[in-house]
Design a binder for this molecule. Sequence first.
Ligand code: UD2
Ligand code: MN
Length: 557
Amino acid sequence: MFACRRYGRPRRCIFYIFAFVISQLVFILILLRNESYDDLLASGQLHRNNDSGKNYLDWSEFISHRRKGLEVYYQYNLHLSDTLGVIRKLPSTRHCSCDSRPRNLPPPSSCNVSVVISFHNEARSMLLRTIVSLLSRTPKEYLHELIIVDDGSEDVTLLDDLRRWMDVFLGTRDRLGLIFLVNQERMGLIWSRNRGALLASGHHVLFLDSHCEVNEGWLEPLLERLAQDPNLAVSPILDPIDPKTLSYRRGNEMLKGGFDWSLHFHWLRRRLANQELPEMPYKSPAFAGGVLMMSRDWFLKLGGFNAYLKIWGGESIELAIKLWLCGGQIEIVPCSRIGHIFRRRHAFDFPPHLDDHQLSSAQETYLHNSKIIAESWLDEYKSMFYALRPAARRIPLAHTYDEMRQLRGEWQCHPFEWYLRHVSPELRMHFDELAATGTLRNEDRCLHATHKDSDLILVSCHLSDITQWRMLRSSGQLSTQRELCLGVAIGRRIALAPCGRNGTARMAQQWLRRGTHLLHAETHLCLDNPLKDRLELSPCRSQAVSQSFQFALEMES
Ligand code: UD2
Ligand code: MN
């Protein structure tokens, strides 16, 4: 007041003081208020990671509470992940028409999604980036809930810290349900995802890995397809994130998901039909990996992921077969993009099941799961699987799969033959093209192509992971799974070379079958193993045991 009198304009001065007090009050209120993530994103605060002190949203504090010593697990550049920030701008990888197309979405009250993320020993910064990208790039009204399952991670305080962090982060945002689950003992990804899905209450359920970044507009194109056909299950295109540089690249929309007869996942090239554009949703024999979305009720009606499968692997192939055979369909939707770190090796241990020292625990688990799929779904074609994965015969199964067969009856599912005919002609073609397949045995030795590929050796047939051969009907070629063919090189030396498509290369690789003899078409000599450790060509002798070769599986002609 004193100052005001001095300046002789008391009214104006009182107004200034009043304005000052109000602005201070507003400032204090802003500090006290939980900011919504929209405000934070808009203000750019989420990019800050060098704050100190009490700011819970300071993610560097969240990261710093991690348990040390787990770095060995991650298999990606942890340091870079820790410095990237909680969210970053991603390049737009989808076709530009995806941005402008009007979407025909039903109201959220009839079409929202529960997202299930199960993780085991994931880096804090990576997990947080997965979650924040999801919350920031998903329309609030369609994201019903987030279910996070900690599958026995060694960083035991992570989930509590995350819960606190998210309380502040979400602030006044209502509607989003949050469920945090902990498996005291490791249950594996398959059971954890089932556990999450059972608790979910959204219309749809989406499974996400814990090292993903969803891209702009990822959800709407998926929802749109599910709204049009509730029996569908959909996958986005997975954009690869490099584990070393964490750079985000564009995934290929010209590939569909499939598997081979040993039940390993494969990408298959697709061809566009007349008038079909690459960015349109397309049918796929299998999902593009394990990131998939479908109606929750439909998922549970199908029994979820097969609970006989253990820990990791095969569950999305099993779900794909189950869906197609029992009235569903799978589509990949190129307008939906989700980044995922594809790691070169497993980032976790597998609990051992058997004392089979020839198989690692990871291989053994995968084989166990594949055997269940073969037994449950492949019908008479399971012999193909056993021919290619002979070690699977030794894996004990805890159940007979009557229950699965019973369900197939109840659900009125098609036989596997139908899948070959209508869904995966590629698999049918492989089947039809084969004259024989599996290991190639002469007495007690099996022919094996070493990892160097060009070296051929004869090893005990009891070892696992011996080369599985394919004798092709049309060309008479005898090839490995890596597309190398057995042929005759200069000096009549038996050698492996890339399979020739035509001409002399192919001629040198052509074999004719005479009973159990393999006759080389060009030279009219027979494959022989006279010294038990080296193959050569010699004149055919019908009684010679050293010239008798058996495949694990002969196909009917
Ligand atoms: C691929 C799929 C994955 C799943 C898996 C086979 C993609 C992007 N990923 O996995 O979804 O189908 O193949 O099962 O297509 N995890 C647990 N408990 C465990 C082991 C793993 O919760 O015991 C978590 C893990 O932290 C991760 C997720 O499961 O979030 C998938 O595991 P991954 O990323 O090691 O396997 P990936 O990408 O090869
Ligand atoms: Mn993954």
